[in-house]
Design a protein around this ligand. Structure first.
Ligand code: ZN
Length: 404
């Protein structure tokens, strides 16, 4: 009986051992490593913040096997795109693999740096030359060429003006910087005893030729605010001659017809651009100055578009043109061939030796007396000690003030 009992016990033991071994075998057969990602399965990161690997954990049943994880990251957080990070683990001949999607996005606008600082001070009448700006973007690199500047500085009126510089990157992030320009203090010193001779409405074959002859003889320059000269070779040659003599050419307008040119801002600007481009083509000359037909103070434009002059004085300057009215009127526009003496007397009485003098004259066909008065005016002015200049981009300007 005793032997039998011992034998039975041995069998039970053997069965238990076999069962345990089988159990362990089944456990290992059924158990696989499991990776769990830390953080989101799909992540969005900005280029500015960059990608910081959040990692993962791995278990084999209750055993932590995280240290066996291999991370294969393809993320380039300096470039917008969708990237994969692959996590894999191998343990006891078994493996697991998980994937994370990382979207790298650009939320940073380009950085704009203002050349010459964020504030500029000018004295009244001092020319404002925009020193510009540069811009760097984390995605696009140098985007300086795309910067747009918006704003207007009225250098003749004291005050603070703003120019806004903006630029976007290719992901639509817009950078903006504002520069403030303050016009203050005493006006720039006047150019005393200076005369700017200006002739409007030409060129005309006869009168412009006579005027150029006088200017050449007296070695005096002038500025011609011209209208369209058609395809007239003689007129083109006169303009070339004027440039050769040191004169400058401004734009009066392709057309002088008030109802057309003052119908709207675009109509006026187009009228300027047409002649500007034609002059550039025919003479290789980039005209920088304009004179408004009727002057900036004209009220005739009210009949065609209310408020158009208020907008135009700003628009022309924004487009890079200087505009110049006059402060001495020869009165040759008061009729055709006004008496020489009358023209000379007007100029003599209006010229101010303490100021710069922009004299309005005309060189259209019916202004022969202007050409005749010119040598007398020049002779008188020279005797009085005046010097003559042609208008340049940095010349002082006369602005009448807007009445419409
Ligand atoms: Zn005119």
């Amino acid at each position: 009986m005793k032997r039998n009992r011992r034998k039975r016990r041995s069998i039970i033991l053997i069965i238990l051992v076999i069962a345990a071994a089988l159990g362990i075998a089944v456990f290992y057969y059924l158990t696989t490593p499991q990776i769990t990602l830390t953080g989101e399965k799909v992540m969005e990161v900005t280029m500015a913040d960059g990608y910081k690997e959040p990692g993962a954990e791995a278990r084999f049943s209750f055993k932590d096997i995280s240290k066996y994880i291999v991370i294969d990251s393809h993320v380039n957080d300096r470039k917008v795109g969708t990237y994969k990070v692959i996590y894999s683990v191998e343990y006891l001949g078994k493996s697991d693999e998980k994937e994370r999607i990382v979207n790298v996005v650009d939320r940073e606008p380009p950085e704009i740096t203002l050349t010459g600082g964020n504030t500029i001070e000018l004295r009244p009448g001092q020319k404002f030359t925009d020193p510009g700006a540069t811009a760097i973007d984390d995605s696009d690199g140098d985007v300086t060429a795309n910067i747009a500047a918006k704003g207007f500085v009225d250098i003749y009126n004291k005050g603070t003006y703003e120019v806004e510089y903006s630029v976007s990157d290719s992901y639509g992030n817009e950078g903006k910087v504002v520069r403030s320009i303050t016009v203050k203090g005493e006006p720039l010193e006047m150019e005393k005893k200076t005369i700017y001779l200006t002739f409007d409405d030409g060129p005309s074959t006869e009168v412009t030729a006579q005027i150029l002859k006088v200017l050449k003889k007296e070695k005096v320059p002038a500025t011609f605010f011209i209208i369209d000269y058609g395809n007239d070779k003689d007129k083109i040659n006169l303009l070339k001659q004027a440039l050769k003599q040191g004169c400058t050419i401004g734009i009066h307008g392709y057309s002088h017809n008030y109802s057309e040119i003052y119908a709207s801002v675009p109509a006026f600007m187009n009228n300027i651009a047409m002649l500007h481009d034609k002059v550039k083509l025919d003479l290789g000359y980039d005209a920088f100055a304009i004179r408004f037909p009727g002057g900036s103070s004209n009220t005739v434009s009210k009949d065609y578009k209310k408020g158009v002059m208020t907008k135009l004085v700003r628009t022309v300057q924004k487009e890079g043109y200087m505009y110049n009215d006059w402060n001495v009127d020869s009165t040759d526009a008061s009729g055709n061939n006004v008496a020489v003496k009358s023209l000379v007397d007007s100029v003599k009485s209006e010229c101010n030796p303490e100021d710069y003098n922009v004299i309005l004259m005309h060189d259209s066909d019916a202004k022969e007396t202007t050409a005749k008065a010119l040598p007398i005016i020049i002779k008188w002015a020279k005797e009085e000690g005046y010097s003559f200049k042609a208008m340049k981009p940095d010349s002082p300007t006369v602005h009448h003030g807007v009445n419409n």
